[in-house]
Design a protein around this ligand. Sequence first.
Ligand SMILES: [Zn+2]
Length: 357
Amino acid sequence: MAITPAPDEQPFSPDRIVSLISALPKAELHLHLEGTISASTAVDLAARHGITITTEEASQHYAPGNFAQFLEAFKWVTSFLRTPADYALITERMAEQLISQNVVYAEITISVGVMLLRKQDPLANFEAISQAAAKFEPRGLKLRWIFDAVRQFGPIAAAEVVKAATECVSQGVVAFGLGGDELAFPAADFRSVYELAADGGLHRLVHVGEIGDAASVREAVEILGVSRIGHGIGAINDPRVMDFLAERKVTLELCPTSNIRTGALALQLGNPAAKIARHPLPQFLRHGMQVTLSTDDPAMFQTTLVQEYGHAAEMGLNQQEIMHLAEMSFQSSFLPADIKQRLISAMWTLQSSAARK
Ligand SMILES: [Zn+2]
């Protein structure tokens, strides 16, 4: 069913939404571990390996203006991740950032494709990540993991990532994903890789329709069997694909600030000056599609999950829609149904007590 705002409901002001959402327990489903490395953490990581850089130098890598620059920045920052201890450090700092925003559940994408390219042992790195994350569970933060392959490295390298993910299912790896340059290799080249992932008990995800077209979004569902799509904003250019996604209940993980900083929104809308208020999130939501709100690479894009909800308010969403959006992040997660329901109930309880104040 399509959701339309009640006539008497005014759009929420970004300030009001930020204070309401800050207080609520939240879920975050599209967050790259490596994209949480702040400029100062990049300096610390470099120092561990005898490389001296200043925060100012590091910051220069954190202002991508297009997609190619973003991929370069990602490559640069991950070049300082060399040992399991480095991964433990960035996991701890990420977890602190999540707790400070009242995020209670997150599915974190780890670029295992990059680890394999650098001849690292992904299982040793993941062991360190998982031990670092366990310390935050008693503080109310539950983390699950998505092992991500790099599309431009091709299907053989991607199958290696699936293999590693399958070996770590019992330690909280819930899904296999594919990121990087979505224009490299057609979806059909990865069909058998995704079948392998399904056989290994993994959910399937992909970054697509970020800079690619609506047809590529549809293909990802039909050929790769994905249940969630990273971005997928290219669907805005074809209402039939929007209908298809709504019918299939495929979730689009939307990351508005990321789409501005990589130039993806400008590209999809054919408007170099496209502002965040023109993001297609409201159209998707009102089309009855499942969408969630995320930060993608918050350190690189200088955003937070709470700020993204503020942007949703700037797009004209009313309170009911904002709350629906927050609930969808729990609904679309890979948590067991009972835990999902408990977290959603906790969110609504807090919302109603905040509303009474
Ligand atoms: Zn992403």
